[in-house]
Design a protein around this ligand. Structure first.
Ligand code: PLP
Length: 221
C-alpha cells in the first residue's frame, strides 16, 4: 500500500480528538511530503539532520515534534526547528531549552518523557519524579509543559503494555486535575505502530506511527 493510503486509513481509524505524529526517522523528504499531502499534520523527528532535510521540502504546512533523545549541545538548533519537544526528562535539559528559547524570543512547548517501565538504561523521568520535575519546569519563563510522552518497555505483545500506559494516564490526569499545579497537560503521547490501538484504549490522545505509515525501516549504516 502507498504511504498516502496508509495515512488516510489510520486517520479514519483514530477516534475524534486523537492526533497522529508520523515518525519520520530514516525516511526521505519525498516520503515525508507524501504523508503530509495525505493529511498528516505533525511530523516526529529523532535526528536534527533528518529534520532539516525534511523541513526544507515539507516546510511549515505541518508542525514538527522532536521525539528523539536531545543532547544539550543540540538544543540551540532544536529550538529553532521544532514546534514541540516531546522528550524532556531533566531540569537541566529544560533549563537549556528555556535559555535558548528565550534568546530567540520563543516559548517552547514540551512534553515530559516518562520512563514507564522504570528501566535504568532508558531515557525518561521515573513516574514518581514527574510531579517534582513539572513544578520545577513550571518556573521557567520560556518553556510550557503541554503533556506527557512515554515509550513503554519492549514487549512481545502490545497488550502487555496496558499497565504501563494506564499508569502514565493516571499520572497525567492527576497533574491535570491538581489545582495547585495549574498544569495545561493537553496531550498524552503514547503508542507506536504495533501498540497504538492499545494506547488509545488506555487514554492516549497522540500516537506516534512510523512503520505503519512508511513501511519497514531499512537500517542505515
Ligand atoms: C521510531 C519511533 C516511533 C515509531 O515507531 P514505529 O514502530 O515505527 O511506529 C515512535 N516513537 C518514537 C520515540 C520513535 O523513535
Amino acid at each position: 500500500m502507498k504511504i498516502g493510503d496508509k495515512v488516510r486509513d489510520i486517520l479514519k481509524e483514530l477516534p475524534p480528538g486523537c492526533g497522529l505524529v508520523a515518525a519520520a526517522k530514516s525516511r526521505s523528504p519525498e516520503e515525508v511530503l507524501e504523508a503530509a499531502e495525505a493529511g498528516v499534520r505533525i511530523i516526529g523527528e529523532n535526528y536534527l539532520q533528518d529534520a532539516e532535510a525534511h523541513f526544507q521540502v515539507v516546510g511549515c504546512r505541518v508542525s514538527w515534534h522532536f521525539i528523539g533523545h536531545l543532547q544539550k549541545n543540540k538544543v540551540k538548533k532544536a529550538v529553532t526547528l521544532f514546534d514541540l519537544i516531546e522528550t524532556v526528562d531533566s531540569l537541566e535539559l529544560a533549563a537549556e531549552i528555556n535559555r535558548r528559547s528565550r534568546a530567540i524570543n520563543k516559548t517552547m512547548e514540551i512534553f515530559m518523557e516518562v520512563n514507564s517501565g522504570r528501566e535504568p538504561q532508558k531515557f525518561g523521568v521515573m513516574p514518581e519524579e514527574v510531579e517534582l520535575l513539572f513544578s520545577k519546569i513550571s518556573e521557567l519563563s520560556n518553556v510550557r509543559v503541554m503533556g506527557l510522552m512515554t515509550m513503554g518497555p519492549a514487549c512481545s505483545h502490545p497488550d502487555d503494555l496496558r499497565p504501563y500506559f494506564k499508569e502514565i494516564r493516571l499520572l497525567w490526569e492527576g497533574l491535570k486535575s491538581s489545582a495547585s499545579l495549574k498544569a495545561e497537560m493537553r496531550y498524552l503521547s503514547m503508542g507506536m505502530s504495533d501498540s497504538y490501538r492499545v494506547a488509545i484504549e488506555e487514554g492516549a490522545n497522540l500516537v506516534r506511527i512510523g512503520t505503519g505509515i512508511f513501511g519497514p525501516r531499512i537500517t542505515r549504516t
